[in-house]
Design a protein around this ligand. Sequence first.
Ligand code: CMC
Length: 361
Amino acid sequence: MSDGLEDVVAAETVLSEVDGQAGRLIIRGRSLDELAGRTRFEEVARLLFDGFFDDLPADFGPALGAARLAVFAEVAALDTGLLDRTPIEAMRALTARLADGDDLEVAFRLLAAPAVFTAAVVRAQAGEAPVRPDPALSHAADILRMTRGRPATRAEAEALDAYLVTVSDHGLNASTFAARVIASTRAGLTSAVLGGISALKGPLHGGAPGPVIDMLDAIGEPANARAWLEAALARGDRLMGFGHRVYRVRDPRADALKRAVGRLSDGSNVRPGRLAFAEAVESAALAILREKKPNRPLDTNVEFYTALLLEALGLPPSTFTCVFAMGRVAGWIAHAREQLAGGRLIRPQSRYVGPLPQVAA
Ligand code: CMC
């Protein structure tokens, strides 16, 4: 038995490859560097769906725009009970209202759902009316417009595209595995995506970037970094944005996102000195992790620069995991379809280590 299924290969996939030794990510035959910052989310979603649905449109833009409008109707169900929940819980509850199924129309609605619902939830929580989607915009530009209530600049939309593309798929991570298990029962894509959202929500998976901002805010200035980080480790806390199950070197997504933050800095979205401060905290954390955890190579993961990028885009930290879902949903759907096409029911075994009945049968 492998604790946490570490190193266990549980599926064959044509979708993505995570090389943890080389620090390399391949999505459908393209390296992350070929895609991030050069491609729109719509194009990468098409790349992921290719071969798993019949009659895919050449351009996903219009179909995804139409799907944003279609799911917006469900925003009316946002009641005060849901507004007391965290954005990801409220977004998940609205997504659960969508019909289950395995066809392309269901897939497009699910691709749109995390974006439309998260935007409506954060605006409602701030006492503001939801912004109706504009199907003519790119998905990234519309996400920013619907969430912040003002149009995105081209640089901002490109930065969010770089993020959505970077996180669109990543091997058999916990949420994708959850989605594949559910798909293997033939439950439908909506059920698979709801499983994905639920697994992503945890701080060990997609819930880390909000706490990265908390950490940076608590540290405050570079001179405090070492003492703060040492105290956190001494308490037994994990440093958010560091470490990975598969990468034994730096997560290549960290650099893709750091470059995207750098490009945004030119347009003055990033607070002066913020990137340099984050780099100082990152260096201190890596040095301390090397000292305190010599047996485990721990490096920066995707979440550290996710936090900086989404903060620079003016998105509230409470939505960061939802924004992760806006990108990863493309991977969940493609994996669910791949599982459905070729995979058997996923049904492993457990080894019983509990007490035996006292009475002989
Ligand atoms: N800070 C401090 N120590 C750590 C960290 C960390 N971020 N990550 C791992 N370790 C230590 C851990 O304490 C353990 O040490 P020891 O052997 O002395 O007890 C050792 O490294 C191995 O830890 P593990 O929990 O067995 O490793 P894992 O493969 O299960 O953990 C992880 C992977 C991502 C859950 C973990 O690195 C972590 O908790 N990181 C912080 C949360 C985070 O940034 N999550 C986002 C992950 S990237 C997004 C994604 O792709 O899902």
